[in-house]
Each structure stands twice: as C-alpha cells, then as structure tokens.
Design a protein around this ligand. Structure first.
Ligand SMILES: NC(=O)c1ccc[n+]([C@@H]2O[C@H](COP(=O)([O-])OP(=O)(O)OC[C@H]3O[C@@H](n4cnc5c(N)ncnc54)[C@H](O)[C@@H]3O)[C@@H](O)[C@H]2O)c1
Length: 274
C-alpha cells in the first residue's frame, strides 16, 4: 500500500481495532481472579493504569502504587473501594517494605504481582553518568527484585509474577543503552526466579511490549518519523493500546496460562519479526 493509503489505513483501523479490543476485554471474565489480591507498581498512568482497570473489571482487589500521587488518587477515587492506591517511591527499599507489609497484613494471600513501573530516558551512551546508570537499575531492576522478594512468601499455588521488559531489548534503539541493559536483566531475573519458586506452584513471566501509545508516548514521541517507523516495522501497522498489554497481563495471571512460566511474551504487533 502506498504512503497516503497506508496512513489512512493506520488511522482508520486504529479506532476500529481499539473498539474491538475494548469490547473483547469487557466481555472476557476470569472467575479465578475475582476477589483476589493483585499488586501493581506504577499504576497511576500508562500501561499500569490500564492494568489496574483490567483487574478491577475482573472483580479483583487491586493494590497499586505510584510516585504520581495526584493521578494515582484520581484513578483509585474513580474505581472505588476495591482499588487501593498508596504513594510509594520505588527507589526506596524502606517504602517498598512498608507498602508490601500493609498489603500482606490486609490481603494475607497475594494472587498476582505486576512489576510494571520503569524509567526510559534517552541518554547518549558517552554522556551517561554513574548516577543515571544506578538509578535506572534501582527502579527498573532492584524494585522488581524487592517487590518479588516481599510478595512471594504470600503467594500460593496458582499465583503469578509478571515483569515488564521491552521490545527495545531486540531492536536496540540509540541512546537507550542503560535502559535496554535493565530490560535484559528483567528477562534473566524472570527466567531464574521461575525456576526457583516454580516448585511452590508460583509462575513468573515477562511481557515485552512493542511501542505502546500511552499518554506520555503520545505527548513526547508521536512524530511523523515515529508514525513512519511503525508502518514500516510492525507486521500489523496499528498503534498498540495500553489496554491490549493489560489483556496480556490478565492472561498471564489467569488459569488459561497455567502451563506458561519462565517465558517472555513479545506483544509488539510483529515489530521484532519484520
Ligand atoms: N510504552 C511503551 O511503548 C513501552 C514499550 C516497551 C516497554 N514498556 C514498559 O512497560 C512498562 C510501563 O510503561 P509505560 O509506558 O506505561 O510507562 P509510564 O511512564 O507511562 O508509566 C510509568 C508509571 O510508573 C511511575 N513511576 C515512575 N517512577 C516511579 C517511582 N520511582 N516510584 C513509583 N512509581 C514510579 C510513573 O509515575 C508512571 O505512573 C515499563 O516497564 C516500560 O519499560 C513500555
């Protein structure tokens, strides 16, 4: 398809696609998630907020944190009593320990942990400071480890942990060396943790989204060049919506994926394979 026709198809089909996905998500129910405690980091915005909404629709009890207090409180206020927001800075071990302790006291059993929050700055490699490198690992990897270490004792057979990596591990964009290094670490963390806690019946998987059009991505990165890249690189050239990634998380938390652990699911509309 030529440039203009393809652009038109991208715009047209994106809205149809989203309508179809929303309909599908609204209809699908996983009874095993009802009233279960689900813990989500970075749930105030983007993919995290879509995941909070998705679990809420399943009737789960959602505990989510964020450092964006305003957006977190607004989302929890909109969704009601079964959704509990706590302001937490995931860079702080102390705050993570305090938050997870209150969740365990309240919920007793945790059915799912979603390690979602991360930071993805563009920094030329030669200008990357040690502090930036350490900060990226503290949020994108250490917080995942701390959350898993604190939540795993409260997880029982059928529970699962889901960690976020990224398609950037495969398509290696410029100025993202430190970020991509953290996302590679998440894949290793996922595989090895799945082996160690698997005998208890707890699964651990990883989701690697392609380019997902969250509020922030739309604001900061949607340009004519990035649109062109999506058309050229994705097998299916529609924008990926946060709710579609949340659907993958739901699947991994549900019994439908009982045979899947230690795996990475690339949800990238085929970017990796083009
Ligand atoms: N959006 C994409 O295109 C894309 C692509 C590949 C992978 N991912 C991954 O998906 C996950 C979600 O990405 P997103 O695009 O929705 O991100 P986002 O920036 O839209 O949302 C991240 C949330 O984490 C919160 N957060 C950041 N630092 C925090 C801290 N120190 N303590 C507590 N909360 C903090 C932010 O306030 C925000 O609400 C990340 O792991 C990201 O690497 C996203």
């Amino acid at each position: 398809m030529g440039g203009v026709g393809r652009n038109y198809a991208l715009r047209e089909s994106a809205s149809l696609f989203l309508a179809r996905v929303s309909r599908c998500a609204a209809m699908t129910q996983f009874p095993e998630l009802k009233e279960q405690a689900v813990v989500i980091t970075g749930g105030a915005n983007g993919i995290g907020a879509a995941t909070v909404r998705a679990f809420h629709r399943q009737g789960a009890r959602v505990f989510f944190c964020d450092k964006d207090t305003e957006s977190g409180a607004k989302l929890a206020g909109e969704l009601g009593a079964n959704v509990l927001f706590t302001p937490v800075d995931l860079m702080s071990e102390h705050e993570i320990l305090a938050w997870t302790k209150t969740i365990k006291t309240s919920a007793k059993v945790i059915h799912a942990l979603v390690n979602n929050a991360a930071w993805d700055p563009r920094i030329p490699f030669l200008e990357t400071t040690t502090q930036q490198w350490d900060d990226l690992f503290a949020l994108n990897v250490r917080a995942y480890f701390l959350m898993a270490r604190e939540c795993a004792p409260a997880m029982t057979r059928g529970s699962s942990i889901m960690n976020f990596s990224s398609v950037t591990f495969y398509n290696t964009p410029p100025q993202m060396v430190a970020y991509v290094a953290t996302k590679g670490a998440v894949i290793g963390f996922t595989r090895c943790l799945a082996r160690e806690i698997g005998p208890r019946g707890v699964r651990v998987n990883c989701i690697s989204p392609g380019w997902v059009f969250t509020e922030r991505q739309l604001r900061d990165y949607l340009t004519p060049e990035s649109k062109k890249l999506i058309e050229e690189r994705q097998c299916v050239p529609e924008y990926i919506q946060p709710s579609e990634i949340a659907n993958v998380v739901l699947f991994l938390a549900s019994d439908l994926s009982a045979a899947i652990t230690g795996q990475e699911i690339l949800a990238d509309r085929g970017w990796e394979h083009s």
